[in-house]
Design a protein around this ligand. Sequence first.
Ligand code: S3P
Length: 287
Amino acid sequence: MSQLDHNKENRDLNRLGTDYESRDAKKLSMMREDLNQCDEIILSALLMRNRIVEDIMSYKEKHDLPILQPEQEERQRIWLESRLEGKRHGKEIISVFKSINKNSKRIQARKLFRYNLVLIGFMGAGKTTMSDYFSTMFAMDSVEMDQVIARREGMTIPDIFEVHGEEYFRDCETNLLIELQSRKNTVISCGGGVPMRDRNVAEMKKNGRVILLTATPETILERVKDDHSRPLLENNKNIPFIQSLMDKRREKYEAAADIIIPTDGRSIQDIGEEIISRLRELDSTGK
Ligand code: S3P
């Protein structure tokens, strides 16, 4: 092959290569364009969805309807599963919907509470249970003070009492409350002794509404009888002890509380609804 022919063949091959490249680039850019359009649709749908979530919340507030409707979530789950039957990428889509739901819950929580929810009350009054409930229903962050302190100190609460003494533990509580003021929309479950220090009450009120959960000594005993994580109750699991410690604490508890919610014999959802409606009442009176 002469040098000229060789050069020509090279040029032809190069052109063919560039033709292929530009065809691929075109095809890819068209597909990306399609993807962009999908994103536009998803974006508009999400903006519209979020607006509707806010509208529903306003409607419920205006007409005093129950805010929490867990059956609605279940209905959506069943609908989604049936719509996805036999379709590819079902798991991925379900996970997208889970995060859409989580965001809706956050939107509702931010609309309902502009502050932290601080749960106080005697051991076994239901603080952890209600904190878990709020964090599930509204996707709120939750802080279990005892847990955070135990994790940071690298030992259990009974060990902290044993090794460093109660005063040290109470100081940990005060410091943690101060730290939590920078949070918003968080449920804080306080250890039972937290409101005993006036300083703690002042700190928790700076950025939170204080919810006192109450129960009779009989209910408390029933709830804590098999638990061994509370040094103050170990070897003291009887009605007279619980009653007397409760009496000693009552005044401080009540003085700290923005609202007081009895929990005996009630369902978690019922208690949750009362907390929400009482907080709304409080917010609307501007106190
Ligand atoms: C205490 C309550 C406990 C824990 C510690 C002391 C108290 O928390 O902080 O054992 O003084 O009442 P719970 O109320 O969550 O059990």
